[in-house]
Design a protein around this ligand. Structure first.
Ligand code: RTP
Ligand code: MG
Length: 141
C-alpha cells in the first residue's frame, strides 16, 4: 500500500455549521493523519487559482463566490491510499447522490455548498498541497 498525501478543505458551509471536529474525527477514524492545517479566508484570487481547472465551466463564478463566503479549514492528510480513502469518506459531489454515512451525505446542503473538497489524484494533490502549504509547514510523524 502506498503512503500518500492529499489536500482537504472544509468549505465555508461546514465551518459555519461548526462540524470541523466531527469531520476531523472521520479522517482519524479512517487512519488518515492531519499533518498540516490552517484556517483562512480565501481571497477571490486564491479561490480562482485553486479551481483554475474549472474556469471555463458554467458553475465557476458560483463556486468562487461560495469559497470566499466565509472561512475555510485547509489540511493535508497522510495515510495509505490517502487520495482515494479521502474521496470515499467525502462521498459524491452532489450530496443527494452521496452514499449514506459519507461527509457530504451527512453535512452538505447542495452541489454548491457541499462541505468538503478533496484532491482527485496524487498529481493534483501535490500541486494543491504546494498551493496552500510551504514544505516547512508540513509535519510527518
Ligand atoms: P471538489 O473539487 O470541491 O472536491 O469537488 P469534486 O471533485 O467532487 O467536484 P468537481 O467536479 O471538482 O467540482 C468542483 C466543485 O464545483 C462545484 N460544482 N458545481 N453545479 C454544478 O454542476 C457543479 N459541478 C461542480 C461543486 O461544489 C464541486 O465541489
Ligand atoms: Mg474536484
Amino acid at each position: 500500500m502506498a503512503i500518500e498525501r492529499t489536500l482537504s478543505i472544509i468549505k465555508p458551509d461546514a465551518v459555519a455549521k461548526n462540524v470541523i471536529g466531527q469531520i476531523y474525527s472521520r479522517f482519524e477514524g479512517a487512519g488518515l493523519k492531519i499533518v498540516a492545517s490552517r484556517m483562512t479566508q480565501l481571497s477571490r484570487a486564491d479561490a480562482e487559482g485553486f479551481y483554475a481547472a474549472h474556469k471555463e465551466r458554467g458553475f465557476f463564478k458560483d463556486l468562487v463566490d461560495f469559497m470566499v463566503s466565509g472561512p475555510v479549514m485547509i489540511q493535508v492528510l497522510e495515510g495509505e491510499n490517502a487520495v482515494l480513502a479521502h474521496r470515499d469518506l467525502m462521498g459524491a459531489t452532489d450530496p443527494k447522490k452521496a452514499e449514506k454515512g459519507t461527509i457530504r451525505a451527512d453535512f452538505a446542503e447542495s452541489i454548491d455548498a457541499n462541505a468538503v473538497h478533496g484532491s482527485d489524484a496524487v498529481e493534483a494533490a501535490a500541486v494543491e498541497i504546494a498551493y496552500f502549504f510551504p514544505a516547512l509547514n508540513v509535519y510527518s510523524r
